[in-house]
Design a protein around this ligand. Structure first.
Ligand code: HBI
Ligand code: FE
Length: 325
C-alpha cells in the first residue's frame, strides 16, 4: 500500500506521520493505487479500448488539477456515457424496493423528486455537492481512481467524499471492478445524505488520522464491510446498506440470497475479517440498524489504541489532536 501524502516541511508531528489539519490539506491526499486499471488489467472491461482509456485519463486530469475551493467540475458527458448511466440506473431501480434499506430508498427518492437524479442524464456534480452539504455537511471533491486507504479515510474525517469522475465501460453497464461515477452517485451519495451514515463515516475517518498502517488496514476493512458491502435487517429481511452492493446489479442479488454467509456486525470481528476485492464476497456482515452499528463503533473507538484523540471543528474545518496523557 502507498503511504500517505507528501510531507509538508512546515509540519512536525509526533510520529513522523504527516496528517491533514485543514480540509484544504486534502489537496495532498489524492494518491491513486494502481489496481484494476484498464491500462494494466486484461480483466478490466475497458482493457485495450483506446478511446475509453484516453477519456478516463482526460477526466482524471481534471481531478488531479482540482484544488480545494474550486467548485465541482461541470463536465460535458458524452452521449454514450449518459446511455451507460441510463442502463445501470434503470436496472438498479427495479431492485431498489426489495433489496435496499429504508434510508437509501428515502434519500434517493428525495433526490429524484427534486430532479437531482433522473434516468436520462448523468446528474450534475455541483448539484449533488450542494444537496449533500445541506443534508449532512458532506462535500465532494474529485479524485482520479482508487485511492490509498489512508488518503481516502482521511478525507472522511472532514466529511469530504472523494469521487471519481469517469464511468464504467459501456460494454458492462451493470458491473465495474473499481469505483466509478455510477457507484459514487447511485451507491454512496444517497447514503451520505443519511445523518448516521455520515457520522459513522466521519468517525472511521477521525480514527484513521495519524494511525499506524496496521490500524489503517483495520479501519479500511470496517469501512469496507459496512459502507461498501454492509447489510442490515429490516422486518426480518436482509437489505443492502453498502454502496458497492447498491450499485452492482449482480452482487446485490447474491448478497441477500442464501448463498453467502451472514454474520452479525461486530467491529472487533469485522475489522479483522479478510475480504474479497475481485469477486463477490463469501461473507457479509449484518447490522441491526445504522444506529446500532454506530453505537458499536463508538465502543470500539474507546478501545482503539492511539496517541491522541482527533477532534473535528466544523466551523474552521480543522482537526486538532488532544493528547490524552
Ligand atoms: N478510493 N476512490 C476511492 N473510493 C473508495 O471507495 C475507496 C478508495 N480507496 C480505498 C478504499 N475505498 C477502501 O480501502 C476503503 O475500505 C477505505
Ligand atoms: Fe465506494
Amino acid at each position: 500500500e502507498i503511504k500517505s501524502t507528501e510531507k509538508a516541511d512546515n509540519v512536525i508531528t509526533a510520529e513522523e506521520i504527516w496528517i491533514p489539519k485543514h480540509v484544504s490539506d486534502l489537496d495532498k491526499c489524492g494518491h491513486v493505487v494502481v489496481k484494476y486499471e484498464p491500462t494494466e488489467d486484461p480483466k478490466h472491461p475497458g482493457f485495450g479500448d483506446k478511446d475509453y482509456i484516453s477519456r478516463r485519463a482526460e477526466l482524471n486530469a481534471i481531478a488531479r488539477d482540482w484544488k480545494f475551493g474550486d467548485s465541482m467540475p461541470d463536465i460535458q458527458y458524452l452521449p454514450e456515457e449518459h446511455e451507460t448511466w441510463r442502463i445501470a440506473y434503470s436496472k438498479l431501480k427495479e431492485l431498489r424496493p426489495s433489496h435496499t434499506c429504508a434510508e437509501y430508498c428515502k434519500n434517493i427518492k428525495q433526490m429524484e423528486d427534486i430532479g437531482l437524479i433522473t434516468a436520462d442524464k448523468i446528474p450534475s456534480l455541483q448539484a449533488i455537492d450542494k444537496y449533500l452539504r445541506a443534508k449532512t455537511g458532506f462535500q465532494l471533491r474529485p479524485c482520479g481512481g482508487l485511492l490509498s486507504a489512508r488518503d481516502f479515510l482521511a478525507s472522511l474525517a472532514f466529511r469530504v467524499f472523494q469521487t471519481t469522475l469517469y464511468l464504467r465501460h459501456h460494454s458492462k453497464p451493470n458491473h465495474c471492478p473499481e469505483p466509478d461515477l455510477i457507484h459514487e452517485i447511485l451507491g454512496h451519495t444517497p447514503m451520505f445524505a443519511d445523518p448516521v451514515v455520515a457520522e459513522f463515516s466521519q468517525e472511521v475517518g477521525l480514527l484513521s488520522i495519524g494511525a499506524s498502517d496496521e490500524q489503517i488496514e483495520r479501519l479500511a476493512t470496517l469501512y469496507w464491510f459496512i459502507i461498501e458491502f454492509g447489510l442490515c435487517e429490516e422486518n426480518g429481511k436482509l437489505k443492502a446498506i453498502g454502496a458497492g452492493l447498491i450499485s452492482a446489479f449482480g452482487e446485490l442479488q447474491h448478497a441477500i440470497s442464501d448463498t453467502p454467509e451472514h454474520a452479525p456486525f461486530d467491529p472487533y470481528k469485522t475489522a479483522i475479517q479478510k475480504y474479497e476485492d475481485s469477486d463477490y464476497q463469501p461473507l457479509y456482515f449484518v447490522a441491526k440498524s445504522m444506529s446500532d452499528a454506530m453505537e458499536k463503533l463508538r465502543k470500539y473507538a474507546l478501545d482503539f489504541d492511539r496517541s491522541a484523540i482527533n477532534v473535528y471543528n466544523p466551523f474552521s474545518q480543522t482537526i486538532s489532536q488532544l493528547s490524552h496523557e
